[in-house]
Design a protein around this ligand. Structure first.
Ligand SMILES: [Zn+2]
Length: 115
């Protein structure tokens, strides 16, 4: 039952009112659209008494989608921008570590050279 809701919702939107009475199932539904940061729209239909989530994972790219088309949520688990930043941070700390190591070795050499 629940699994078929999305498909039925899309068909209602596409083909007009006649398909609604297909199985005598005329329970009214909330159709909610979610947009992800990539501009994908995914429509979900919810029962009127169901709790409608503010955000929904985009089925196309996996980003989090929001109900505001103009302002989709950009902070997500799978956001590539963030992981790039993480990557840069990792690189930087690695280089810092390398520099510290070089510095320590240099001091060691100097100390040995004088001793
Ligand atoms: Zn998407």
């Amino acid at each position: 039952m629940v699994g078929g809701n999305a498909i039925r919702g899309m068909r209602i939107g596409a083909s007009g009112p006649s398909s609604e009475s297909e199985r005598g199932e005329t329970a009214p539904r909330n159709i909610v659209s979610y947009w992800c940061a990539n501009g994908h729209e995914s429509r979900r239909s919810f029962a009127l008494d169901a709790e409608i989530p503010d955000e929904w994972d985009c089925p196309k790219c996996g980003l989090l989608g929001g109900q505001d088309e103009q302002n989709p949520p950009s902070a997500g688990r799978a956001e590539p921008f963030k992981s790039h930043l993480e990557y840069v941070k990792e690189r930087r700390s690695e280089e810092d570590g390398q520099a510290l190591l070089e510095e320590a070795l240099e001091k060691l050499r100097q100390r040995r050279g004088r001793a």
